[in-house]
Design a protein around this ligand. Sequence first.
Ligand code: IMP
Length: 199
Amino acid sequence: MKKIIFASNNEGKIKEVKQICSDMNVEIISMKEAGIELDIEENGTTFEENALIKAEAIMKVTGQITIADDSGLEVDYLGGEPGVYSARYMGHDTPYDIKNQAIIDRLKGVEEKDRTARFVCAMAAVFPDGRHFTTRGTMEGIIGYEIKGSNGFGYDPIVYLPQYQKTSAELSPEEKNKISHRGEALEKLKNQLTEYISL
Ligand code: IMP
């Protein structure tokens, strides 16, 4: 069975990747399981670049096929901010209720049609022979007028999904997984991985 390293220390993401790839003939191994501790500087300017930087760095250490992800929130009215800086926006340790309120405040008086935003997730796969590819998934919404909901994490309470009439933080984990940027990017990754591995 082929081994694939997932370059993440996030238990939730590791579980999701293992679950989605469970019907493939591959074994997904986390960094922890592979005994790797590496702090990688994510200095790319796009989600795809950052995912590739992480996957390449780990592939170089392990010599195994490696996958990695990078994600964030893009707010159109703010020129795509916080984007690749989503985790670092206003400082890594600033609580999300403060970051979320700051984004709502920056959109004060902005009409609904101009409040469009999306969660983006890029996934990258890097092979020891130099082949690599990326996939992208998105979840479209608008920035709400208040912080709402307690599920999920990060910016979920300010991303309002008009078709569900709920914020992303008001969806159950099962509902969110079905439509999320991460789920979409992962499904695409899985399809391409199956093709690449059989080559
Ligand atoms: P990373 O991909 O783990 O580096 O995460 C980037 C950051 O994007 C997170 O820390 C959150 O701020 C934000 N983010 C990414 N996906 C989501 C999501 O599904 N909900 C809420 N925030 C998210």
